[in-house]
Ligand binder design. Structure first.
Ligand code: ADP
Ligand code: MG
Length: 626
């Protein structure tokens, strides 16, 4: 409801009752009128009725003089006051006006029109005061409780109002800012930038939005979405400039991470696909080379050619393996792991590898949670990170390897909430530019022309992600780099040990009858040749349905050897259906990349590319077990 349309309350105080009556008659049409002959009683009324807008008080009263009464009324009420006196009291009136207790006076006898006008004026002032203090309370509420930094400047650029958050960005209190300029708190270049935008706001008379990176008092850079807007007077001139500044650093980081993880996901798919096909080619090459080597009847020169070709093929296989680990398609063998222990065991090796110019420090959390990972991969990751650190410090420096527990509560684009082990490798080297930092995880991205492979960080990334963790890169040019690996902590379950290394000791077994299924012709041919060389008999099928057809009429198989990744029906699907016909049939799945689901009983895995010896070993294990 609009205050101005309702009747305001006027309180009249005079020791003569007739005067009260006369004034009531004069005012009651337009106001709610309260009246009393006692100033003490009037004070009571004021405490009880806060909405009294105007007080009209006699000066000369026996208990309490009017000016004294009004002075006390100030303490309990915001009402505007009019003093009613005879000329004899003019000194009291002057002092009451000068001390601000009253806004006017009328003398007895009064001119009715003039008195009405005075009361109307006083009411107006009262209402304005009320509105003003409400506006001020609203503004204060917003300034104090907004999560944004808010400030107002006059046209000359002096701060006139600043909330606590804004002042904190300068490292001072709001009072410290009043009357001062931007340049008193920030460097010249920055102040100039701000002045330019503000001049534009004044010129265009409309808000301007920007996103700005600014240093905080502690030196850390943060991002802000800033809105600067003009405050106009009635004539439409800009009198002030308001600024609302919202910290968007975290939002930007989130977006950046999301973009980054999308990109890595896409690269992973691409690299994984290439590596998978490549692996099949290598498999065929290496297999044929191995078969050929067995048939050259001591021709030493040909043997050397074949050895060279095999070595090159194996280097290719090592490369695809790293690509597969980047694309997270490499099978991971994890075990409960004390990462501190792993780091301690690497001490000597690191010193030898990294050379004398770098000093290696460790800061290991003694209470570190257990992790679950492949110790060799963790070692390889740490080694990769340390080598990168050394490469970034050609003049020498310090590498710090640290571990800590970290409980992550907030969901992030690349990390689910949970308990993590944070493994950090930091250096004091030359750091990375923003562009290098953005691309560092990409496979084959390197700045070490000719000397780097660009597969180090991508391998570390792939491992971290495959373990359910993440990697973070912080780097400042000329200051150094910190790489953080977040690895999920193992829940306290009994240790599952790493698959023990297979020894090359192959037990001799009698020939068996094998059903071999692989959709890739050249790989199947090589596998078949190996199996034949080992003395086994085989029947071949080029896909799952074909294999099932064969099994429908012929069930004399001792073993099923199937490629895992076949279109339509996977090796595992096939194995499960074959088991319906021959429940105890041993199965060997050949895989290049797939992470197998809980392998069923009596199934074994062989990773491509493999050597004949490994194939023999797996078959022996499956057959001997029976
Ligand atoms: P490579 O070491 O073979 O170049 P990486 O994948 O290990 O490949 O690293 C990719 C790139 O990331 C490097 O070429 C280098 O530019 C940058 N980089 C990685 N680690 C650091 C580091 N600690 N300091 C500075 N730059 C680094
Ligand atoms: Mg590297």
């Amino acid at each position: 409801m609009n205050k101005r349309d309702t009747k305001s309350t006027v309180l009249i105080v005079d020791d003569e009752a007739e005067i009260l009556t006369a004034l009531e008659d004069l005012l009651e049409d337009s106001y709610e009128v309260l009246s009393t002959t006692s100033p003490e009683h009037a004070l009571e009324i004021l405490t009880r009725v806060p909405e009294v807008a105007v007080i009209i008080s006699d000066q000369r009263m026996p208990d309490l003089a009017g000016d004294q009464f009004l002075a006390r009324a100030r303490a309990v009420s915001n009402a505007q006051a009019i003093l009613l006196t005879g000329y004899a009291d003019i000194n009291a009136v002057i002092s009451a006006i000068n001390t601000g207790w009253v806004c006017g006076y009328a003398h007895k006898p009064w001119d009715p029109e003039m008195l009405r006008a005075m009361v109307a004026n006083a009411r107006e002032r009262y209402l304005l005061g009320r509105e003003l203090s409400l506006e001020r309370a609203l503004l204060n509420g917003v300034l104090a409780n907004s999560g944004n930094a808010v400030s107002f400047k006059d046209r000359e650029g002096r701060f006139v109002r600043v909330n606590a958050l804004k002042a904190a960005k300068f490292g001072v209190t709001p009072e410290d800012c009043i009357g001062r300029f931007e340049r008193d708190f920030v460097d010249e270049a920055r102040a100039q930038e701000v002045a330019t935008i503000e001049a534009e706001v004044i010129k265009q008379k409309r808000p301007i939005d920007t996103v700005e990176e600014r240093p905080m008092p502690n030196g850390v850079m943060r991002w802000f979405a800033v809105c600067r807007f003009p405050i106009l007077d009635q004539a439409g001139n800009v009198t002030h400039i308001g600024t609302i500044q919202r910290d968007v650093t975290e939002q930007r980081q989130m977006e950046e991470r999301l973009r980054q993880s999308d990109k890595m996901e896409a690269l992973g798919t691409l690299a994984g696909g290439v590596a998978h096909d490549f692996n099949n080619l290598l498999m065929a090459m290496l297999g044929n080379l191995e078969l050929a080597a067995k048939r050259i009847d001591g021709d030493e020169r040909v043997a050397r050619y074949l050895r060279n070709a095999t070595a090159a093929g194996r280097r290719g296989a090592a490369l695809t393996e790293r690509l597969l680990s980047f694309s997270r398609r490499k099978e991971i063998r994890s075990q409960l792991l004390d990462i501190n222990e792993t780091i301690r065991n690497m001490g000597d090796m690191l010193e030898r590898t990294l050379g004398g110019l770098v000093e290696i420090k460790t800061e290991l959390d003694p209470e570190l949670w257990a992790g679950r990972a492949d110790p060799e991969q963790i070692e390889l990751a740490i080694l990769n990170l340390c080598i990168n650190a050394r490469d970034a410090m050609p003049e020498g420096g310090v590498i710090t390897i640290a571990t800590a527990n970290q409980d992550i509560r907030k969901r992030m684009p690349d990390l689910a909430p949970g308990r993590y082990i944070r493994l950090t490798v930091s250096d004091t080297g030359r750091g990375m530019s923003a562009e290098v930092r953005r691309r560092a995880l990409e496979p084959f991205f390197t700045t070490k022309a000719g000397k780097g492979t660009g597969l180090g960080l991508s391998m570390v990334y792939g491992m971290a992600v495959q373990l359910g963790g993440a990697i973070r890169i912080q780097s400042t040019p000329d200051e150094g780099t910190t790489i953080e690996l977040y690895l999920p902590s193992a829940d306290a379950e009994p240790g599952v040990s790493c698959e023990t290394d297979r020894t090359a000791e192959v037990p001799q077994i009698d020939p068996v009858r094998i059903l071999l299924v692989d959709d890739d012709h050249s790989v199947r041919e090589v596998t078949a040749a190996h199996l034949a060389a080992l003395g086994h008999t085989l029947v071949e099928a080029k896909d799952g349905p074909g294999a099932l057809d064969i099994m429908a009429s012929d069930q004399r198989f001792d073993l099923l050897v199937a490629d895992f990744a076949m279109p339509g029906m996977t090796g595992l699907d096939l194995a499960l259906r074959a088991r319906k016909v021959l429940p105890d049939l041993p199965v060997l799945l050949i895989t290049g990349h797939a992470e197998l689901p809980e392998a069923a009983e009596n199934m074994s895995l062989l990773i491509k590319p493999f050597r004949q010896e490994e194939l023999a070993l797996r078959i022996a294990e499956l057959i001997v077990k029976d």
